[in-house]
Design a protein around this ligand. Structure first.
Ligand SMILES: [Zn+2]
Ligand SMILES: [Zn+2]
Length: 277
């Protein structure tokens, strides 16, 4: 079956298949104050893409640009959409300590916090920069790098400030694969996620990166399902035109794997919504 066989957008008398995008960056990669001009195009594009529920999740290092009043105004002006206030908490050794403090202070205003590992040994470069970050993998023991990545992920989860994990196997971004079986490593991490009652995202961003694969990969998704870990759907859009990108393919994949629910967040409270598959 081709991915086109599964519609993303349906009319109001039939249930929508995928309706939520929970990983977006209105600020892109710099501090930009939230204004109506910055945010409204995201609402417009969401509507065009058939989405009903979106979350703004800018990187914690740009937290000074986030304005909750502006998000509230956007909600008032776009009552047909659910607009969630979120943030992507990083393991940035320089900026994330301040980001964590900001999250603690604003916890009650946030609908969800994404947790992400973007930094390994180098504090000055996100390993997932394309193509520059690939240099961090050159001549290295890839198995050790995977172990290090998942260790950092568990450390981030242990902060207790995360609702959902973003791009869980981002370490594969440049196409480096472990030679050892990482099942134990992944299993430990998923067990920890389950114990903490967190969600993970299904991110189409991997399909536009060198690895050209969904985050996380099928075997991790299947293991997460076995453990009863819920999923959000996400594009990691850095421009509003990327909202819901490749959701047709994602819907196809979810139907194939047998995922029947997607979860949404309101003030950190998670609800699972059945999908029409
Ligand atoms: Zn990220
Ligand atoms: Zn992101």
């Amino acid at each position: 079956m081709s991915s086109e066989a599964l519609p993303i957008v349906q009319h109001s008398n039939t249930p929508t298949l995928l309706f939520s995008d929970y990983h977006t960056h209105p600020q892109g990669h710099r501090v930009q104050r939230y204004t109506h001009e910055l945010l409204q195009p995201w609402a417009d594009s969401a509507r065009r893409a058939g989405l009903k529920d979106i979350a703004f999740t800018d990187h914690d290092r740009y937290h000074s640009g986030i304005d909750f009043d502006e998000i509230n105004r956007l909600r008032e002006l776009n009552p047909d959409l659910e607009i969630r206030a979120g943030i992507e908490l990083d393991n940035d050794p320089v900026h994330s300590p301040a980001g964590r403090k900001w999250i603690e202070k604003n916890w009650d205003k946030l609908d969800l916090v994404l947790g992400s590992v973007h930094f390994l040994e180098r504090a000055d470069q996100m390993f997932d920069s394309v193509p520059d970050g690939a240099v961090q993998f050159e001549g290295r023991n890839i198995d050790e790098m995977y172990a290090d990545y998942f260790r950092r992920l568990r450390k981030l989860i242990a902060t207790g400030l995360v609702d959902s994990l973003a791009h869980l196997d981002l370490i594969k971004i440049h196409g480096h694969r472990p030679t050892a079986d990482i099942a134990k490593l992944v299993n430990e991490t998923l067990k920890f996620i389950r114990e903490r009652d967190l969600a993970i995202e299904l991110s189409t961003a991997g399909w536009r990166k060198p690895v050209n694969e969904l985050y996380p990969g099928d075997s991790i998704v299947e293991l997460a399902m076995e453990k009863g870990i819920p999923f959000t759907t996400a594009s990691d859009a850095h421009s509003h035109v990327q909202l819901g990108e490749n959701f047709g393919n994602l819907a196809h994949k979810m139907a194939e794997i047998g995922i029947r629910n997607v979860c949404i967040f309101e003030k950190h409270k998670r609800t699972e919504v059945p999908l029409q598959l």
